[in-house]
Design a protein around this ligand. Structure first.
Ligand code: ZN
Length: 439
């Protein structure tokens, strides 16, 4: 544990497993990404600040559950059968994201619905989901949207009035999370869009801690609409709650947070203030850990100031949309902290001696066909599948490297380098997230 002004680094433990902070925790969404991550963690270096990952509950049901069953198989003598995955799951900390925003959002609604049917969620959820599915099928998009917004709020308000059903929902969720053999329980949450929903979120956080006793470590969780960053009252109320909150781990998720865009001045200031308060809390409660989900390009500044663990998808893009799903995706550049379009890479490579501007083992294998302006792998045009895999492996390297940079800056008492790095990047307006002076 070390600090320099506003930043800190720690070696902490979760579920008895060691975690070095700042830590990057990728959101893993399919088997291939899990494989890429496993390969990265097998390498002897460039993974010190990884070692954790996040998976949404519906993906975990399909991907992790079979692996956990395999892990628990024994041979004739009753000894566990060694496997790569077993070792990996044994030493890695994973967080099961309850993904309750898809009770409202359409993007993964069907994945959520499918899970709910398989594990049978409590009756109010099933009724709500069935109603929503019918409306989605049978009414026009405009009418459906209006209906959905109202119905979704009603769902949480009704649940809040019916304590027994609310507790059933939390318990069912914890039962499901426990099937993944995780000791970190994350409660199901409404997306906070107003003070009323925040009050519900706070009550769920309180009751969840009571319901989690003897089962594991219950995290405090706030799932937030980014528009609440324009509401000082809500931010202040969250901070007030955190000051007295006993949880070791507190998790935040702001949906679709893009603080680097122009016109986000108020949101940036509000987010900075939140981080400042988190940083203060950590000063007198040293064991506290703050985690930010779906952090995207905010990962670097957040891990430098208020948060210990930051998470983003392996594409470093956390917006729920089909954007970027087709074609060769972008490439995250460590110097400018930005996802560069694939089409721009040949030119960048030409100005860099035919190489990608990164020393990682993946990028070193990629060369350029100058005449055709094409990226090559093993001497021929890189395929879509190869690029899919390589850029994710590369992104993990870069995020580890950025966490390492923060670590080093703190150790050497040079945290001003963090602000400088932001100033020299494509997200330079995020420099305001980092204090200039700090006592
Ligand atoms: Zn690379």
């Amino acid at each position: 544990m070390d600090r320099d002004r506003f930043a800190r680094i720690t070696k902490t433990s979760l579920e008895g497993k060691e975690v070095l902070t700042p830590n990057f925790s990728p959101l893993i969404q399919n088997e291939r990404e899990l494989d890429i991550y496993l390969q990265r963690t097998l390498s002897p270096k460039d993974n010190e600040h990884l070692g954790t990952f996040v998976m949404r509950i519906f993906d975990a049901y399909n991907i992790l559950l079979p692996l956990i069953r395999t892990k628990n198989q024994v041979d004739i003598e009753g000894k566990p059968i060694p496997s790569l995955y077993s070792d990996f799951l044994e030493k890695t900390v994973f967080f099961i994201d309850p993904a309750t925003e898809y009770l409202k959002y359409d993007f993964y609604f069907y994945k959520f619905l499918q899970l709910a049917r398989r594990v049978r969620f409590p009756r109010p959820i099933m009724t709500y989901l069935r109603g929503r599915e019918n409306r989605k099928k049978n009414s026009g998009p405009k009418f459906y949207k209006k209906w959905k917004n109202k119905e979704h709020k009603d769902f949480w308000y009704k649940l809040d009035r019916d304590q027994r059903r609310r507790n059933d929902l939390i318990t069912d969720y914890f039962d499901l999370e426990s099937r993944f053999e995780t000791k970190i329980l994350i409660p199901p949450m409404p997306i906070v869009e107003n003070v009323g929903l925040l009050d519900i979120a706070i009550r769920i956080n309180d009751i969840s801690k009571a319901l989690a006793i003897n089962r594991g470590e219950c995290a405090t969780y706030f799932l937030l609409s980014k528009k609440i960053l324009r509401n000082e009252k809500i931010i202040d109320k969250i901070i007030d709650y955190l000051v007295g909150d006993p949880s070791k781990l507190t998790i935040f998720k702001f949906k679709n947070l893009t603080l680097w865009t122009t016109g986000s001045l108020i949101e940036r200031e509000s987010f900075r203030k939140l981080m400042q308060e988190l940083s203060k809390i950590r000063k007198y409660k040293k064991e506290k850990l703050f985690m930010l989900l779906e952090a995207s390009l905010q990962s670097f500044p957040s891990a430098s100031y208020g948060f210990d663990i930051v998470s983003s998808s392996m594409r470093l893009l956390d917006i729920d949309s089909s954007f970027g799903h087709s074609g060769y995706g972008g490439y995250f550049n460590e110097d400018i902290l930005w996802n560069i379009d694939y089409e721009k890479l040949p030119e960048i490579m030409m100005n860099n001696g035919g190489r990608l501007p990164c020393p990682c083992n993946v990028c070193r294998k990629i060369t350029l066909d100058n005449a055709k302006r094409e990226l090559l792998y093993n001497g021929r045009k890189i395929t879509f599948d190869e690029w899919y895999e390589h850029r994710r492996g590369h992104n993990l390297f870069v995020m580890n490297s950025l966490m390492k940079m923060i670590h080093k800056a703190v150790e050497e008492k040079h945290v001003e380098l963090i602000r400088e790095k932001l100033i020299n990047s494509e997200i330079r307006n995020l420099k305001v997230l980092i204090p200039r002076f700090y006592q």
